[in-house]
Unconditional design. Structure first.
Length: 423
């Protein structure tokens, strides 16, 4: 992603988190501890705290849905092996009435999950492009980028540099490919050089074209120590360098990230299996599909800069601890009987004794109405000529008094019945 920041629907999240990251950096800089690695750790913890209310809501929904499983199972057994449309409609209606009674739904836990998704993506973009969001960091690369822009054929220079350095991280390669289309070439160059490791800087300064340019060498020399300092996390670990496919102690980062994500998934699956309803077949399937996340996390931590790995590993660890804590909280501390009682009362006031039909119910009802109308049509109007019939005068109510939505399949089928009745 270019230094122009994340665009589209994610921009508000990225911009907000970028300001938070810059605030953390400036606070640390006051005490002389301006370090991107420490900023990422503090930043990750703060964002997880911000998202904590959503975690509470998701776990509470899971717990309530577990409690009502015996009642839900009773409804499912009542309609077991009944696959006709009417039975399926009645089963769906009874299940939704049950969910409405307790102020929950089959998909109630999906809302908080969907809300978290753009937040996490915006959060990730900030961690991946620190210089795009933290102006003090950008200011270190700005003088170097401005001198490079003054060179002739600097785009070809970067292309040759990437080709000659296979170890450079994939983000820098992407930025080089995007440089030609960048509206602001200085920002485009910062997108590349802010992902350079200490080794990359040495290789870059060793290129003949760069060595012969005293202005660029001077700009790099004036800022390189500060750049290395803010990227030096601990024990000589540079957060801009990828772990890579080599046997080093840094492998603990991708391994830790993968382990904690896997444990978190296992705990979620164990919670889901406590449910016995039909909806959990779907939930289990989704959970199994999500098991690829730990594997993806491992490869990201290997191929991307260590700063990304620190974020993934810490984020996975905190998520795992929060999950365990919330499970214990709702299982052993909260009086769920009182919670359920309050939910029932709240649901009664909200629904006012009535409940809106779910999308699934409307679909089943429409399908049933269409099938009924088509069956009657095939019996009554076979062979009729409809050319002279004015469909605009067709009634939207059939002989049984059932109403159909204008333009629906059932409504169109009812045109045939009205025509036959007039004949």
């Amino acid at each position: 992603m270019l230094l122009t920041m994340q665009g589209g629907i994610l921009f508000p999240f990225s911009w907000l988190f970028g300001k938070l990251m810059e605030l953390i950096y400036n606070i640390l800089a006051v005490d002389g501890v301006a370090n991107v690695g420490i900023c990422i750790i503090i930043f990750t913890v703060i964002v997880k705290i911000i998202l904590l209310p959503l975690n509470f809501k998701m776990q509470l929904t899971t717990k309530i849905n577990q409690i009502i499983q015996p009642e839900l199972k009773k409804i499912q057994n009542k309609y077991k092996n009944k696959t006709d449309n009417e039975s399926m409609r009645k089963q769906q209606a009874e299940m939704n009435d049950l969910y409405a009674k307790y102020g929950t739904s089959m998909s109630a836990g999906c809302g908080p999950s969907l809300i978290q998704f753009p937040i996490v993506l915006g959060f990730y973009d900030v961690v991946r492009n620190i210089a795009a969001y933290v102006n003090p960091v950008k200011s270190l690369y700005q003088p170097i980028a401005e001198k490079i822009v003054g060179m002739r054929n600097y785009q070809e220079l970067f292309t040759k540099f990437i080709e000659a350095n296979s170890g450079i991280n994939s983000n820098a390669k992407y930025a080089v490919n995007a440089l030609e289309k960048a509206k602001d070439q200085t920002n485009g160059i910062i997108d590349i050089i802010d992902k350079f490791s200490a080794t990359d800087w040495n290789s870059f300064m060793g290129m003949d074209t760069i060595k012969g340019n005293s202005e660029i060498i001077s700009a790099i020399t004036a800022n390189i120590d500060k750049i290395n300092s803010i990227n030096d996390f601990a024990f000589g670990i540079n957060i801009s360098e990828p772990v890579g496919w080599k046997l080093t102690p840094l492998l603990v980062i991708p391994i830790a990230s993968t382990l904690f994500q896997w444990l978190s998934m296992k705990v979620s699956m164990a919670q889901t299996k406590k449910n016995q309803g039909t909806e959990n077949d779907m939930a289990n399937s989704m959970m199994k599909t999500m098991m690829f996340m730990p594997i993806m996390s491992f490869f990201m931590c290997i191929l991307f800069p260590i700063g990304i790995g620190i974020y993934w590993a810490l984020n996975s660890f905190i998520s795992f601890l929060i999950q365990l804590g919330l499970i214990y909280y709702y299982d052993h501390i909260v009086d769920m009987d009182k919670v359920i009682e309050k939910r029932v009362e709240k649901a009664k006031k909200k629904n006012g004794g009535q409940r809106k039909k779910s999308f699934m119910e409307k679909m089943l009802e429409a399908q049933g109405g269409a099938e009924e109308a088509q069956a009657q049509m095939s019996q009554k109007v076979s062979g009729k000529n409809l050319k002279s019939y004015d469909a605009s005068k067709a009634k939207s109510v059939d002989s049984s008094g059932k109403k159909y939505k204008s333009g629906s399949m059932a409504s169109k089928a009812n045109i045939m019945l009205n025509y036959d009745d007039k004949k």
